[in-house]
Design a protein around this ligand. Structure first.
Ligand code: AMP
Length: 216
């Protein structure tokens, strides 16, 4: 099964993708993660993308679609894909259709996580993760039980995304509203869009997504 998780920054796409990877053996294809890896490795794509990402704007359609195509090529045909943070523009949605048909895949669901934007600013600006195991924390809602020590693995190293500042989050949301939300009708015409309340608890969102997957 191939699905798209759609929603603004902080809607919970990454969290829900991890659950699907763990319980359904699917593969998370996050263009944000791919680009951050490219920035870290200082590849030509990473060097080109860094400033755009730091401003919270969108990297070019060609770059992200090429990343997705390459990942699908490297994946087993029997592994389902979760598109997380892609597509983000209509041109990317059109490119994804081409890419999927080139890999003999079809799109089963587009799951939109609907959310309250102000709550998201609070969510995103306080989040940080363990640099070792990736466990997620939050300055105001979920601090480690011992200050400075990861509950899960005991590491004392934590990291924050450089684009999780309030100013950048607001730009990212503006980009979502202007360029990403308008692609919903493209999929609605095919009857594959399902809306899930992204403000519910993580477990409730997971249950709602499981229901969507079970419906096909
Ligand atoms: P994310 O981790 O999905 O929040 O993405 C972080 C940043 O990477 C975004 O703010 C964009 O600058 C860039 N990015 C990620 N995915 C895409 C995409 N599909 N199209 C354009 N830019 C992207």
């Amino acid at each position: 099964m191939n699905i798209i998780l759609l929603g603004p920054p902080g809607a919970g796409k990454g969290t829900q993708s991890s659950n699907l990877v763990e319980h359904h053996g699917m593969r998370q294809l996050s263009t944000g993660d791919m680009l951050r890896a490219a920035v870290k490795a200082q590849t030509p794509v990473g060097i080109q993308a860094k400033e755009v990402m730091d401003r919270g704007e969108l990297v070019s359609d060609e770059i992200v679609s090429a990343l997705i195509d390459a990942e699908l090529l490297a994946m087993g045909d029997d592994v389902g894909a979760i598109f997380d943070g892609y597509p983000r523009t209509e041109a990317q949605a059109v490119a994804l259709d081409d890419i999927l048909s080139g890999h003999n895949r079809k799109l089963h669901h587009v799951i939109e996580l609907s959310v309250n934007e102000e709550a998201l600013v609070d969510r995103v600006t306080g989040r940080f993760t363990c640099a070792n195991c990736g466990e997620g924390y939050h300055d105001r809602h979920k601090l480690p039980s011992t200050t400075g020590v990861c509950d899960k693995c005991g590491s004392t190293e934590f990291k924050r995304r450089p684009d999780d500042t309030e100013e950048t989050v607001r730009t990212r949301m503006q980009e979502y509203r202007a360029k990403t939300a308008p692609i919903l009708p493209y999929y609605e015409k095919r009857g594959i869009v399902q809306r899930v309340d992204g403000m519910a608890s993580i477990d409730d969102v997971t249950t709602a997504i499981e229901k969507v997957l079970a419906s096909s």
